[in-house]
Ligand binder design. Structure first.
Ligand SMILES: [Zn+2]
Ligand SMILES: [Zn+2]
Length: 274
């Protein structure tokens, strides 16, 4: 799949008619599925063999689409054991509380983003309060069943954005794929005015640029976007939604990292001349 980004015009803007954005579940890797049920924000289901893991939870309004997607794949949402959140924005976190209530799954978030969302009223970040049971460490590892998920702090989009790296093996072919999900690459929150509005330092934007350049060198076979438009996923879904092989492309991840670093550099022309 070639890297191509689409502007976020397809983003959900009408929460009263969420079904207009519905998208059936799809497979991204041997044991990884897109279960967000919508064409904007990603939610990934990982079948660890010893319970289910969710990467992000979407918005609260998406809950029925997420639960429906999980059932359609033949899984039981009550088997979710862990919810790993990428960052403290409502479009990724607000399903956490009801999904925790449904499954008893423990919720993970960086300590920095837990504080960050708690310090800002709902009107600013759109986060409905939820419990955080565990904090990530930078370079740490979350393990369940077949998955060992390496967590890496990638501040910028929020101060505590966390990215996920792991492998997944296809038992039928013996092939192992390297996967990555960058926790947040939206650049609007890194504009000088946006950072100032939340009392955040501009160094956050420069850390993001440096981290994207470093991460671009990580070998990644399958890039999991946190919003589908980051790699124009909705337009590239294979005819067979269980065929993940079109997503195997080691060029996509470094292209996304380079694109996002350049986009933020363009916001600070005096810092990044030439
Ligand atoms: Zn965000
Ligand atoms: Zn988002």
């Amino acid at each position: 799949m070639k890297f191509s980004r689409v502007p976020p015009s397809g983003a959900i803007h009408d929460l009263e008619h969420i079904w207009n954005y519905a998208l059936p579940p799809y497979r991204m890797a041997p044991h990884v599925y897109g279960v967000g049920g919508n064409n904007d924000v990603s939610v990934y289901l990982l079948d660890s063999g010893e319970g289910l893991i969710l990467l992000d939870t979407g918005m609260r309004e998406l809950l029925y689409l997420i639960v429906d997607s999980i059932h359609r794949l033949g899984f039981d949402p009550r088997d979710i054991r862990a919810i790993l959140l990428s960052h403290g924005h409502g479009d990724h976190c607000n399903g956490a509380m009801p999904l925790h209530a449904l499954s008893g799954a423990e919720i993970w978030l960086s300590a920095v983003d837990e504080r960050f969302y708690q310090q800002h009223p709902i009107a600013e970040l759109g986060v409905v309060p939820f419990p955080v049971h565990h904090h990530y460490t930078d370079g740490g590892c979350f393990s369940l069943g077949r998955f060992q998920i390496r967590t890496r702090f990638t501040p910028g989009h929020t101060p505590g954005t966390t990215s996920f790296f792991f492998t997944d093996t296809d038992e039928t072919t013996g092939r192992t794929y390297r996967l990555a999900m960058h926790g947040g690459v939206g650049i609007d929150t890194m504009r000088p005015a946006a950072l100032a509005a939340l009392d955040l330092p501009q160094s956050l934007a420069h850390t993001f640029v440096r981290t994207c350049r470093e991460l671009a060198r990580e070998p990644v076979d399958i890039c999991l976007p946190s919003h589908l438009n980051q790699i124009n996923l909705a337009a590239n879904l294979p005819e067979d939604p269980m065929d993940f092989t079109p997503f195997v492309d080691p060029e996509v991840w470094p292209a996304l990292m380079a694109d996002r670093a350049e986009a933020v550099m363009a916001l600070y022309p005096s810092v990044y001349q030439n």
